[in-house]
Ligand binder design. Structure first.
Ligand SMILES: C[S@@+](CC[C@H](N)C(=O)[O-])C[C@H]1O[C@@H](n2cnc3c(N)ncnc32)[C@H](O)[C@@H]1O
Length: 219
């Protein structure tokens, strides 16, 4: 059952996700869903190509830490935030196992938990859990934590069902088709680099996953 997020429903959401993570054995990881292209990793690598300073990464709803650990290994100074303390415990263990340090924090993405701005702020399969009326707030929070010139990557389950290319598993590019999310970024003065939709077969609990993602830059 989906327990939708709002700034006030922290307790229910926490309980739901703690239960999910508690069910997993400690050795068996992870709950992460990765989509073709892996836009979080590919955006990180493309930023690294152009910038030589120490880069920073913020993962909203980081779960058991997959992306925060991967990006730390690629040279980013990373912070991971999740509402579930069980997820954060698992994430800390995962970072230790990989010999990296990540600043993992328990917090609600709809509240102001985190300070500072980051070069890359990403969220993998969290937005669909947020109550419709708070989606804008979720995205605005991500934007407010993004440094000038930095990027947002948001990946989420989508309601849209475009034609899928059977070879690539990807749908048509949705610029000009489903523009609401992209328009939101553009209106705020950001530039939208990619906005795609696709289908990845079944996820770890057997659901079919229609995904959508956006990559946008804070110009
Ligand atoms: C489908 S899981 C994805 C986890 C992680 N991003 C990954 O790819 O492995 C959704 C995650 O969002 C977290 N979450 C849900 N609502 C949240 C909120 N309001 N603030 C922070 N994290 C939240 C859950 O605890 C869970 O870890």
């Amino acid at each position: 059952m989906v327990v939708y997020n709002s700034p006030k429903r922290t307790r229910n959401v926490k309980a739901k996700w703690n239960k999910v993570y508690n069910k997993q054995s400690n050795r068996k990881r992870v709950l992460v869903m990765r989509i073709p292209d892996d836009p979080i990793v590919s955006t990180a690598l493309s930023i690294k190509k152009h910038i030589t300073k120490q880069l920073t990464y913020l993962d909203i709803g980081c779960g058991d830490g997959f992306y925060a650990v991967q990006l730390t290994k690629k040279g980013f100074n990373s912070t991971g935030m999740d509402i579930s303390e069980v997820a954060i415990r698992r994430a800390r263990r995962f970072a230790k196992k990989n010999n990296v340090y990540v600043n993992f924090i328990v917090g609600n993405a709809l509240r102001k938990t985190i300070k500072g701005q980051f070069d890359l702020v990403a969220s993998n399969f969290v937005l669909q859990l947020v109550k419709e009326s708070y989606k804008r707030k979720f995205i605005e929070n991500m934007m407010s934590h993004t440094a000038p010139g930095g990027y947002n990557v948001i990946i989420f389950h989508t309601q849209h069902r475009p034609r899928i290319n059977s070879k690539t598993g990807q749908g048509e590019d949705i610029s000009g088709f489903q523009k609401k999310l992209a328009d939101f970024y553009v209106k705020k003065g950001w530039s939208v680099k990619k906005h795609k939709i696709g289908f990845s077969g079944k996820n770890y609990v057997g659901y079919s996953v229609h995904w959508e993602y956006i990559v946008a830059q804070n110009r």
